[in-house]
Design a protein around this ligand. Structure first.
Ligand code: CTP
Length: 408
């Protein structure tokens, strides 16, 4: 049942962006005898005058048939997951349309994924996280553009607040604490006081700690991809949400350093954040991310030596074992005295190749091994520090070291 719009509550614009596409979606649904709805985030954003490229569509039956018919129409692919009653139509421009069967959810316990059963649109909206996301816009011919807002989501959009639908929301799904912070900061909304109290109680009682590491990392990746990542992480720390999900959080200087990374690659932000969290083996990050985060964490030991390093070859020796991603993080988060040598290494030193390489040493009859590597490193150090300047001098030094090697 659509509730009456409150004074000041946003209404859908007279013409919808992508209206022909939305009408096509509704028309296709009705060919298969189902009502079709635009649901959740896209409706919220539409009412706020924001627009995203992706569409979330809900149908009350036959999501597989509707999805396949649409994909045929667009000449693209439809990937359907029967178990989740949900599929995705990929569009040529890289955007996608998610098509999901309307459902009801039942939570068997706190922080456990819900049991899902087919249901109508009203049940589908009541299972959702916040009133501003519990909105549907009907796309079916005859009812096109009808807004369904049983939980006064429009009023909360107008009042600019994030509000849950019921008291057990954060307990059922503690990822909603991350989501509440993400939406509030992104949209410039407040978390409504009652909702904030429920969120804090859920955190105090440790429910976020029951989430699988996978789900926690998923939320952190989403935060890192947001333009307003800094105030979001600030709120995650203030509300002790990270503390509820990790055994320890190294907070000192975290925000100051994070600020220097804001607006950069989300992956670097993610690595930096990981470096501040106690990450057990249970957390499914890639080996590259784990190694980079560890290197950032362990940089404390290297910092004084790097700050003292005078010769480029010393800088090279200290930094060469550190993964590139970690160096990219450190080159931005460290203080200038250390940032400078890291930048020098990334921009120049690491690209230096000398004429004395593996092929050259093999031609002198030296077999690959530790000595082999030592010669290459010594010549490179001489080159980096300006002790040899030309190719001939490099080769001469290489020969001399190789001879000494042969004699030794
Ligand atoms: N949802 C929910 N509880 C969650 C995750 C999602 O109720 N823990 C519902 C919300 O109605 C949400 C919709 O599923 O709007 C789609 O989820 P998602 O794509 O994560 O949210 P969006 O609102 O589309 O967020 P974004 O703007 O970040 O894409």
């Amino acid at each position: 049942m659509a509730s009456k719009p409150e004074a000041g509550a946003p209404a859908p614009p007279a013409t919808l962006p992508a209206e022909p596409l939305l009408r096509l979606l509704g028309g296709t649904g009705s060919e298969f005898g189902t009502r079709t709805f635009l649901v959740g985030g896209p409706v919220r954003d539409l009412l706020l005058g924001l627009s995203g490229p992706d569409l979330d569509i809900a149908v009350e039956s036959s999501p597989d048939l509707v999805g396949r018919a649409l994909a045929e129409r667009f000449g693209t692919r439809f990937i359907y997951h029967r178990r989740f009653m949900s599929g995705t139509v990929q569009l040529a421009d890289g955007s996608h349309i998610d098509i999901t069967r309307t459902r009801t959810e039942e939570y068997p316990g706190p922080a456990v994924l819900p049991r899902v059963r087919p249901a109508g649109i009203e049940d589908d909206l009541v299972r959702r996280d916040f009133t501003i996301n519990a909105l549907a816009l009907e796309l079916s011919p005859g009812s096109f553009g009808r807004l369904i807002d049983p939980h006064c989501g429009r009023l909360d959009l107008a009042r600019r607040r994030v509000r849950v639908l019921h008291d057990a929301s954060f307990r059922d799904d503690p990822t909603r604490a991350y989501r509440a912070i993400r939406f509030a900061v992104r949209l410039g909304f407040e978390i409504e006081p009652g909702t904030l109290a429920l969120m804090r109680a859920a955190i105090r009682e440790g429910f976020p700690g029951l989430l699988t590491p996978e789900r926690v990392l998923y939320e952190l990746r989403l935060v890192c991809a947001e333009p307003l990542v800094l105030p979001m992480v600030e709120a995650l720390l203030r509300e002790k949400l990270l503390h509820a999900c990790f055994d320890s959080v190294a907070e000192r200087g975290l925000l100051r350093r994070l600020q220097r990374l804001a607006g950069i690659d989300p992956e670097l932000l993610f690595v930096f954040l990981l470096s501040r969290l106690s990450l057990t083996d249970r957390f499914p990050v890639t080996t590259g991310e784990r190694d980079a985060a560890r290197a950032v964490r362990e940089f404390d030991r290297l910092r004084p030596r790097l700050a003292r390093a005078r010769r480029p070859s010393t800088v090279h020796r200290l930094l060469a074992p550190i993964p590139g991603e970690a160096l990219e993080v450190l080159a931005r988060t460290e203080a200038a005295a250390v940032r400078r040598p890291i930048r020098l290494y990334l921009d120049r030193l690491r690209h230096v190749r000398t004429a004395v390489d593996g092929r050259f040493l093999r031609s002198l009859g030296i077999r690959p091994g530790p000595a082999f590597r030592r010669i290459i490193e010594k010549v490179r150090a001489a080159r980096l520090d300006g002790r040899v300047g030309t190719r001939e001098q490099e080769i001469e030094l290489g020969r001399r070291l190789a001879r000494r090697q042969g004699n030794g």
